[in-house]
Design a protein around this ligand. Structure first.
Ligand code: ADP
Length: 413
């Protein structure tokens, strides 16, 4: 049985293993390419080496790195697939030796002229990806010594080119991912900017409407007053929607806005008078409270903690039918305060349990919605909880009810 690379000496093989390790950990394409050509020229003992990569959109090869030029003049110079040495290696997908380039009609001397170099002979090998399809060409130029490439040179350069092909493809994918990531963050920024501009611009005319309606209502006869009540209700509803958008901005400002103080969470919950929630009363729902007799100190921003609890209560009220029950419980647990808001409302399907914490996510489809809202509340709650080094999760069963729990670290002095 013959070994695939029987002509490569053991020292070179161990060097190749070391190169493979380095290439695998590299993520910047240009560093990677320069490293490969440096190693190629050393391993094969040639004056220079260069790499051309294939661009599938233009279907041409492009010089990406060359060790015989100093100023990157060659970078991105196109080389056609037909009628070029690199193109022939690429299309045949196998190594080629050109002993004397001057006798080869495919040889293009313009490149030499551009970089003041003289090419005599070339060993070109395809660089292949994991599927063994060519992604580029690695060329070793001007063999030193007697000027003749040996079988060992072909095998050594082929191994290097294959390792390099896989590494190059990986680095390209990483660069693509980075670019996509950058674009996503830009989009996210645009969305946040839009939300803050829109909420700001909507607030001013809305306060004018609210002001005039309440003034007109005082002057109006009973029939007119009842119609103005409807206008008022709609405007107040609009104000809560806009408040959600404003809150989003508040959350995005994150730690800058947080005003930490030592709070007794038991007092905060008690003082929020949850049991007297007007919307719950209108739906004849009962809210019960179960608070411990000992204080539960946390380090937090009071406004933010109240916003978290309000959001959970409002959701429980909204997604629970008339006469439903809502239970708020607070307990200490392993160095944390666990606050849960449980309802016996419509519940949440299992597949949506994680998604409801994302911005703008709602279980009901937009077209068949029964409940108002923008799908922002829980994402704000989650951000605020995390800003306090806490966690939030939900347990729920469709048609049976939901229990949201937040765990916040207790503050020990
Ligand atoms: P909004 O209530 O404004 O739609 P949220 O971010 O507060 O947005 O909630 C996202 C979605 O999670 C809601 O649209 C609803 O489908 C679901 N949800 C939240 N709380 C409850 C609850 N207590 N019971 C059932 N579903 C809920």
């Amino acid at each position: 049985m013959s070994l695939p690379f029987k002509d490569v000496n053991p020292q070179k093989l161990s060097r190749l293993v070391e190169i493979s390790r380095i290439l695998n950990s590299a993520t910047s394409l240009s560093h990677l390419l320069n490293y490969i050509i440096g190693e190629a020229a050393k391993l094969i003992d040639t004056e220079a080496a260069s790499i051309l990569l294939f661009d599938s959109r233009t279907r041409q090869l492009y010089f990406m790195a060359a060790s015989n030029e100093d100023h990157g003049q060659l970078t991105r110079t196109p080389v056609p697939l037909d009628n070029s040495i690199a193109g022939a290696v690429f299309q045949a997908n196998r190594p080629m030796i050109i002993k004397d380039v001057t006798k080869d009609a495919r040889w293009n001397q313009d490149i030499d002229q551009a970089i003041h170099f003289q090419t005599h002979n070339i060993l070109g090998v395809p660089m292949r990806n994991v599927k063994r399809r060519p992604v580029g060409v690695l060329e070793a130029i001007n063999k030193q010594g007697d000027g003749h490439f040996q079988v060992e040179d072909i095998e050594t350069l082929s191994i290097l080119a294959d390792i390099a092909g896989v590494a190059v493809e990986k680095a390209r994918l990483i660069e693509e991912l980075r670019r996509a990531n950058r674009e996503l963050s830009e989009l996210d920024q645009i969305k946040s900017d839009f939300i803050s501009i829109a909420s700001h611009e909507l607030r001013t005319p809305l306060s004018v409407i609210l002001g005039y309606v309440s003034f007109l209502r005082e002057e109006a006869d009973p029939e007119m007053a009842s119609q103005l009540n409807n206008v008022m209700d709609a405007a107040v509803h609009l104000r809560t929607l806009i408040q959600d958008m404003v809150n989003l901005r508040y959350v995005d400002a994150g730690e800058d806005r947080r005003q930490q103080e030592r709070l007794n969470l038991v007092d905060v919950v008690r003082e929020m008078s949850l049991q007297r929630d007007e919307t719950a009363a209108a739906k004849q729902q009962t809210i019960t409270l179960d608070l411990p007799s000992t204080p539960l100190p946390i380090l937090g921003d009071r406004g933010m903690i109240e916003m978290i609890i309000n959001n959970l209560i409002n959701n429980a009220v909204k997604f629970t039918p008339n006469n439903g029950r809502i239970h708020v419980a607070l307990v200490p647990k392993d160095g944390e305060a666990w606050l849960s808001v449980a309802d016996n409302g419509i519940g949440i399907p299992r597949k949506d349990l994680d998604r409801i914490f994302r911005r703008f996510y709602q279980v009901e489809s937009v077209l068949r919605r029964r409940y108002e809202g923008m799908g922002l509340g829980l994402s704000i709650v989650k951000d605020l909880v995390e800003l306090h080094n806490g966690r939030i999760w939900v347990e729920s069963k469709k048609q049976a009810g939901s229990r949201f729990t937040i765990a916040l670290p207790l503050h020990q002095r």
